[in-house]
Design a protein around this ligand. Sequence first.
Ligand code: GLC
Length: 581
Amino acid sequence: MLQLRWFVLWATYCIAIVTCDKKWWQTSVIYQIYPRSFKDSNSDGIGDLNGITESLWHIKEAGIETIWLSPIYKSPMYDFGYDIADFKEIQPEYGTMQDFENLIREANSLDIRVVLDFVPNHSSNESEWFQLSANRTAGYENYFVWADGTPDPNNPGKLLPPSNWISVFRKSAWEYNPVRKQFFLHQFVIGQPDLNYREPRVVEEMKNVIRFWLDKGVSGFRVDAVPFLFESRPEDHGGKYPDEPRANILETTPDDYEYLNHLYTMNQDETYDMIYQWRDILDEYESKDGKPRVMLTEGYADIKYVMRYYGNGTHDGSHLPFNFEFLNNINNQSDARDMKFIIDKWMTYMPIGRTANWVNGNHDNKRMASRQGIDRADAMNMLVLLLPGVALTYQGEELAMTDGKVSWEETKDPAACNTDDPINYNKFSRDPARTPYHWDDSNYAGFTSGNKTWLPVADNYKEVNLKAQMAAAKSHYKFYKDIVALRKTNTIINGDLEVKVISEPVLAVMRYLPNEPIVLAITNLSSSEHTVNLLEFFRVLPENMTVYASSIAAKLQKGERISTSRLVLSPHDAIVLVSSA
Ligand code: GLC
């Protein structure tokens, strides 16, 4: 008995140490702000930095500790800021460097950290670097990926691109530059020439970009499009960039990105080392002032490639390579087995000692509530917030905002415009997920006090908006906020995870830690009622638990005591139960 006591004391001591040991980024909710669509402070219909600063109260109120801003740098906006003309300047539409410094100051005073987007794969074709390189100015010749064209055998005098590579946004990834008389590579739009990471000066320039923003006080970076950083070298393929083989995916045309298997333009081995070098910079800063910095990396790739970003045996890499499993592999038809499968998948592949993360959406995909269905929005928020590690929230997910309607005439996204297809453009368009944030039910959803917006406001804003959801007795927002608060508990910060398929539509996620209240998140994904006996699945559960939070349409209410051996779930319920310690 005495031994048991000592063990318990010791365990409590260890837990205390582990709790203190967790760095801020390991337990944070990271809220993605798409600055153009968040809040407009100067009535021009475009969101801006001062708009974000004015809105920090919302972040604080929701209990969120970290914001990530999509690009705010000087850009001609062919890809809405992901085409950067100057990596160290602010886009004038968004404000000034003073506005940015003010935002950082205000955020920090509220204990909110700011993470910026770092877009290393390409710059804008309107950047000074590109002009200098096109002119072969000494020192800049190799800043981009340049190659000679090949003579067209059927059309003398005409040049064909150096290889068959296709841009993510369709059509050839090579564009002829008449000044340099060579082709340059652009894996995204023509206005986004790929930087050449085999040129040491580029590597150094981009490291300096990282240092520049760290010196301004940012807490880390979301690193864009990392799988595209390197391409195979001509030297390894008989002096020519190698053609990529066909992927043989049905219904793709030669202009479609999916037409080819991207063996030579993605996930090259050199990529990982670059990530490790950037990590070293963040670690250097941390070792100087003791403040941890974070790197999140964006890579849509096979999970084995994604896991390599975490690091290898000798080097640390990305703190948080984005986990897009919910985004890519779960839809409104998925059942509890599908959900468990993808949760287990990440936890199984993730190297030991690393931190997991869970993503429901971002500015590149249909909004979560549109993809998964409004009925499932609370369940999806509950899952990302209660699984171990970091939860990512794309602006509006806390309100279950759905996609806006954007006509062909109003469409801005190059991914849609490049289809030249006024009928099917929406299959590719990312605009519907980028329509302005719904603050309230006033004109333009309170996004602007002007008389226009850069993308139309979604027409359901009168019902779906922050002000209404803050005032309602129950709302998506209130459910979200309650769960964010629960993340501060020891159980969620340090607890173990157990995921069970109770039945085809019912999924239960348990988080538990000795001597701490157990947290059980349960969802019924179907449109019929289900009665479940949780004790058959989790032997450690007590007979009675308390409802801590319940989704908007749920019959069970906060504070109700329920019996775990006979829990009645209404259609689409998402419920969080807690035990008394
Ligand atoms: C990333 C961004 C996307 C952008 C692309 C090119 O996928 O999230 O918005 O178009 O990279 O920078």
